[in-house]
Design a protein around this ligand. Structure first.
Ligand code: MN3
Length: 213
């Protein structure tokens, strides 16, 4: 049996689990004071890990057992009878993407190449941030706000629950989790304060640029 070095070691039907919880790209306290170690510890250690564990249990012995995470997401999207697999696969993917969308000492000015593309699509970086925050706040209930690439231009979109723009042909560049578990311990019901703080202090522009090329 092979063991990955992620600290994830539970097994499914005697085989090594296909999907593993990737390590956080930084320490649990590295995003303080914007997002506390307590929030990250629950969000990564309980929520994200839970989605990975559930996914492994749900796909064991099914036609999805040997598929990549992306393939599971695209082949279960829009199929009500596969909603549990879709939700756990998409949430596994979304959270890994969310951790990478932030970094300690992030925010500030985007790199020139990205800044130019943001200005072409939104007129200014501030206008982009405003639109992104607006999408985050207007998402009713749980979901995600995204910067995506579609047909060569940048767009802000929001998705509900586990939904991910991958399934509609858009390429995600950045995301912010707007489920309450992402911010409630630190911001209570002030979702806009959380999103604006992430955009100003944590957003990982280099990750977005890397995804855009
Ligand atoms: Mn979450």
């Amino acid at each position: 049996m092979t063991k990955k070095d992620t600290g994830y070691s539970s097994t499914v039907h005697g085989a090594a689990p296909h999907h593993v919880l990737p390590p956080l790209p930084y320490a649990e306290n590295a995003l303080e004071p914007i997002i506390t170690a307590k929030t990250i510890s629950f969000h990564y250690g309980k929520h994200h890990r839970g989605y990975v564990d559930n996914l492994n249990k749900l796909v064991a012995g099914t036609e999805y057992a040997d598929l990549s995470l992306e393939k599971i997401i695209t082949s279960t999207a829009g199929r009500p009878e596969r909603i549990a697999i879709f939700n756990n696969a998409a949430q596994t993917w979304n959270h890994t993407f969310y951790w990478k969308s932030m970094k300690p000492k992030g925010g500030g000015e985007p790199p020139a190449a990205l800044k130019q593309r943001i200005e072409e699509s939104f007129s200014s970086v501030d206008a982009f941030k405003k639109e992104f925050a607006g999408a985050s706040v207007s998402q009713f209930g749980s979901g995600w706000a995204w910067l995506v690439l579609e047909g060569g231009s940048l767009k802000v979109v929001k998705t509900a629950n586990a939904d991910v723009p991958l399934t509609t042909g858009m390429k995600p560049l950045l995301t912010i989790d707007v489920w309450e578990h992402a911010y409630y311990l630190d911001y209570q019901n002030r979702r806009a304060d959380y999103v604006n703080a992430v955009l100003d202090k944590l957003i990982n522009w280099e990750f977005a640029l890397q995804n855009a090329s």
